[in-house]
Design a protein around this ligand. Structure first.
Ligand code: PGA
Length: 275
């Protein structure tokens, strides 16, 4: 049986100036070349200001996979870049915002949408997240749609209904064909940055629930193809048991991706994870 391809996304959040970002990529590139992971799709999401410099640094190392496909040398896994957010319009009077064509221009293939920090600190609603999902798909960017419950909602047994509502809202109007380009990240809000990841049982249950909803929505063949990532306090120590869960297709990594040796270890574990 061919091993499943794992998708590992590193979300840098609001970290790294341009020189720091380039330094991080250089270090990561060295580690990846020394022991290239296999069966892993690697995506990193630096802040907007560093996207261009990161793409150039990856290109220099023959590791960049931009919108036109890979430039990767044999043996080295390619790395794609993602934005952490975007506006849904192509252009306009939206001070401070960044549009999908601008991200495409930089070589982004993915964009994170609806991260819980955007929802919590910037008031993003499901209705707004939906516009971003649709805009990303319209422009050929793969949206990484983040959903997840708060601790209170879990304590009140609302996890299933919260996930269902977030999915329904954000994916309204996304048809079966577009659905194949969507990536979903299950990120329990209480697990993000807390050092307390979901237990394998909690992750399995949530991922099964999400899978059931999207297969019901887009039918089996598309629903089964959508990668469902786990995010929230992922480390090299716990990634193995999370990826051992059949329903977990990869991870969205925050804190640990800022440290190249840790991120490289996560990729190494992902590459040896059982199908
Ligand atoms: P964390 O963040 O790995 O630092 O918990 C994950 C995320 O917010 O995507």
């Amino acid at each position: 049986m061919t091993p499943r391809l794992r998708l590992i996304v590193g979300n840098w959040k609001m970290h790294k100036t341009i020189p720091e970002a380039v330094g991080l990529v250089e270090h990561l590139a060295d580690l990846l070349k020394k022991s290239p992971p296999t069966n892993v799709t690697i995506v990193i999401a630096p802040p907007f200001t560093a996207l261009s410099a990161v793409a150039s640094a990856l290109t220099t190392h023959g590791l960049f996979e931009g919108t036109g496909g890979g430039t990767s040398r044999p043996g080295s896994p390619p790395v794609s870049i993602a934005a952490q957010d975007m506006h849904w319009e192509d252009a306009g009077a939206y001070t401070g915002e960044v549009s999908p064509p601008m991200l495409k221009d930089l070589g982004c293939r993915y964009v994170i949408v609806g991260h819980s920090e955007r929802r919590r600190y910037f008031g993003e609603t499901d209705a707004l997240v939906r516009k971003k999902v649709l805009a990303a798909l319209r422009h050929g960017l793969r949206p990484i749609l983040c959903i997840g419950e708060t601790w209170d909602q879990r304590a009140r047994n609302q996890t299933g209904s919260v996930l269902a509502a977030q999915l329904t809202e954000a994916l309204t109007d996304v048809d079966k064909d577009q659905g194949a380009d969507v990536v979903i990240a299950y990120e329990p809000v209480w697990a993000i940055g807390s050092g307390q990841p979901a237990t394998p049982t909690q992750a399995r249950e949530a991922h099964r629930h999400i899978r059931a909803r999207i297969t019901a929505r887009w039918r089996h063949e598309t629903g089964e193809r959508v990668p469902i990532l786990y995010g929230g306090s992922v480390t090299p120590e716990n990634i193995g048991e999370l990826l051992a869960i059949r329903e977990v297709d990869g991870a969205l990594v925050g804190g640990a991706c800022l440290d190249p040796p840790q991120f490289a270890r996560i990729l190494a574990v992902a590459s040896s994870a059982k199908a």
